[in-house]
Design a protein around this ligand. Structure first.
Ligand SMILES: Nc1ncnc2c1ncn2[C@@H]1O[C@H](COP(=O)(O)OP(=O)(O)O)[C@@H](O)[C@H]1O
Ligand SMILES: [Mg+2]
Length: 447
């Protein structure tokens, strides 16, 4: 085993330090350093590299990359991944417990097992539990093999021996390497497990999907550390108690990031929603104030989502501000801008903002729809049903340009929106567009 050494690892970014401190000096997170024991031999091993690639001229590189992609059997998922799974690709799917990761992956495993040998490694559930879920969602087939195992070296051995065409690991937090002394789920275990699995995927060309659990508190070590190691990171999101689930590709070495696939959770498992825009539009309340449609996109495929705001007189000394799917700090800034630029007093109002469907939106283009939904709720006037908007709001109330303008306009027009409020600098010419310089101008189209 060798000499033991104590190190402190940041669970957010994975940086290591010889001493503990309250704040990670690398990423600035508070209270994320955890103590871990590392053996000397392990410390040494991590520095070495077993194989080296040879340099090739870039003109020959296209031949190297020409690989057939494996279909997951789910059209929208294949599309989100850039056309299916590449040989040797390592995909991390992260999400809160109960969101549907195991369900989705069992379905994918079952689809792939129709023509390939699949190995589903379960560290969280027993073989019987997986079987029961398989029964319920119709995912039982001869070529789908289940393995209940948590020790990494045994798993690596089995993969080499069994030679599957496709591997699922559910979940990375339950696996551990006997070479390390720390507990399963700790940062060094998660890092070791994911890097070893990635190594075997690259050597054997077997694609591997790794499940990563995250909790709201972020107490389990992880996905951040993992993100650097894997090729593709997908986040599975949704509201608990609601049927919608959104899989967002946040990083992809084999395709565009920002792609999404929408599912609904049903008795028989996850069902893909082929046209998410009409799905979200169908649930929109008619003639109600505080609701607006936003053409959301972080990649090639835009989706029309509904943004809702509710503004009501507070009964508390400090008014409440709550959001779902939208950054709460950003809300504070928008409130301050609305107060100053529109001249509406909001210090005695509770304000709630919700992005319907469980999608969490981080792109700044949602600023304008959020502000308009808030103002619509305050003046109690519904946003015209043919009106949509996007744009970032600057601190002086100016509307700033955003990415993917054309994609958004196209999707909005497809669904009959003929009043599209856009930043003034938008270069696209179309009679549906209302180009505005600042928030006051945008608000004038609500009244
Ligand atoms: N009988 C059922 N009918 C419909 N949905 C179910 C049923 N059983 C479980 N689910 C759904 O499956 C979810 C659990 O999915 P699972 O794949 O185990 O999540 P994860 O692996 O992300 O923790 C539950 O939250 C629930 O929404
Ligand atoms: Mg699970």
């Amino acid at each position: 085993m060798g000499k033991i050494k104590t190190v402190y690892i940041c669970s957010q970014c994975g940086a290591t330090f010889p001493t503990w401190s309250g704040r990670c000096a690398s990423c600035g997170s508070w209270n994320t350093l955890t103590e871990e024991i590392k053996t000397k031999s392990q410390a040494k091993k991590e520095r070495g590299k077993s194989s080296y690639n040879r340099p090739i001229p870039i003109t020959k590189a296209s031949i190297e990359e020409k690989q057939e992609r494996l279909s997951t059997g789910i059209k929208t998922l294949d599309e989100a991944l850039g056309g299916g799974i590449v040989p040797g690709q390592v995909i991390l799917i992260s999400g809160e417990p109960g969101i549907g990761k195991s369900t989705l992956l069992l379905q994918v495993s079952s689809n792939i097992s129709a023509y390939k040998k699949v190995l589903y490694i379960t560290g969280e559930e027993s073989v019987h539990q997986v079987y029961l879920r398989g029964q319920r969602i119709g995912a039982v087939s001869e070529n789908l093999h289940i393995l209940s195992e948590t020790e990494l070296n045994s798993i690596l051995h089995i993969i080499k021996d069994f030679k599957p065409d496709f591997v699922i690991v559910d979940s990375v937090q339950t696996l551990y390497s006997a070479d390390l002394e720390s507990a399963p789920g700790s940062v060094s275990q998660v890092r070791e497990v994911s890097s070893k699995l990635t190594e075997i995927a690259k050597i054997t060309n077997i694609p591997v999907i790794i499940v990563g659990q995250v909790t709201k508190e972020g107490s389990i070590a992880g996905p951040k550390v993992l993100e650097h190691v894997v090729d593709t990171v997908a986040q599975f999101e949704g509201e608990r108690g609601h049927a919608y689930r959104v899989l967002k590709i946040v990083k992809n070495r084999f395709g565009a990031s920002g792609e999404i696939a929408v599912f609904s959770m049903e008795e028989k498992g996850l069902k893909e929603v082929e046209d998410p825009s009409s799905f979200f539009l169908s649930e929109r309340p008619e003639g109600k104030s505080g609701s607006i449609i936003f053409p959301f996109t972080e990649g090639a495929k835009p989706v029309l989502v509904e943004v809702q705001a509710l503004v009501s007189k507070t009964v508390y000394a400090v008014p409440q501000r709550k959001t779902q799917g939208f950054d709460i700090n950003r809300l504070s800034i928008l409130i301050a801008i609305i107060e100053k630029e529109i001249g509406i007093f909001l210090k005695d109002k509770d304000i709630f903002v919700n992005v319907v469907g469980g999608v969490s939106i981080k792109e700044p283009a949602v600023d304008l729809p959020v502000a308009l939904a808030i103002i619509s709720s305050i003046i109690d006037k519904p946003v015209p049903s043919n009106l949509t908007a996007f744009g970032e709001i600057g601190l002086t109330g100016e509307i700033r340009s955003v990415y993917y303008t054309e994609h958004r306009i196209k999707e909005a027009k497809k669904f009959g929106f003929d009043k599209i409020i856009v930043p003034y600098s938008t270069e696209v010419e179309d009679k549906s567009l209302i180009k505005v310089k600042n928030i006051q101008e945008a608000v004038s189209y609500l009244r």
